[in-house]
Design a protein around this ligand. Structure first.
Ligand code: DQA
Length: 145
């Protein structure tokens, strides 16, 4: 049984109240439960964490990576400019799948850039919560521990 880290960045604690056309209607708790159920179905557990603070996300990755096998990350707006989170993901040496609820490629130009995606094995965007189900399956194929 492997542990999958599920991390969410800024403003994602507001899911359910944010723009439903972009982000859907599910709350963060709904999404965490969905990922936990999907992971459990294939024999894995999930450790979930959300923060509005870049350093707290980095601290979580540094503290938890050793005992984990993979990462699913929606880093919110940090996606577009946090080289520190890029480096923290690389440093974990774990496979990571980046997820975005909205289609970042069809929105503002600044949203089309992900500086964290190069640290990930895949990026899934624009599928709302279904993207997380796909992320579990994608990650599963890359788990080595
Ligand atoms: C998001 C897309 C980001 O551009 C935005 O800042 C978010 C959510 C998404 O899930 O679509 O907060 O990561």
């Amino acid at each position: 049984m492997a542990t999958i880290l599920l991390i969410h960045g800024p403003n994602l604690n507001r899911l359910g109240k944010r723009d439903a056309a972009q982000y859907g209607t599910k709350t963060l708790a709904d999404i965490e439960a969905l990922v936990a159920a999907e992971a459990q179905r294939i024999g894995h557990t999930v450790k979930a964490f959300q923060s509005n603070h870049e350093g707290a996300l980095i601290d979580f990755l540094q503290a938890e990576a050793t005992d984990a096998a993979g990462i699913i990350a929606n880093l919110g707006a940090f996606t577009h400019y946090s080289y520190a989170l890029h480096d923290a993901l690389v440093d974990t040496d774990l496979p990571c799948v980046e997820v975005h609820l909205s289609d970042i490629n069809s929105r503002e130009d600044w949203r089309k850039i992900s500086v964290t995606a190069p640290a990930c094995i895949a990026m899934i965007a624009g599928k709302k919560e279904a993207g997380y189900v796909e992320a579990v399956a994608t990650l599963q194929a890359h788990l080595t521990k």
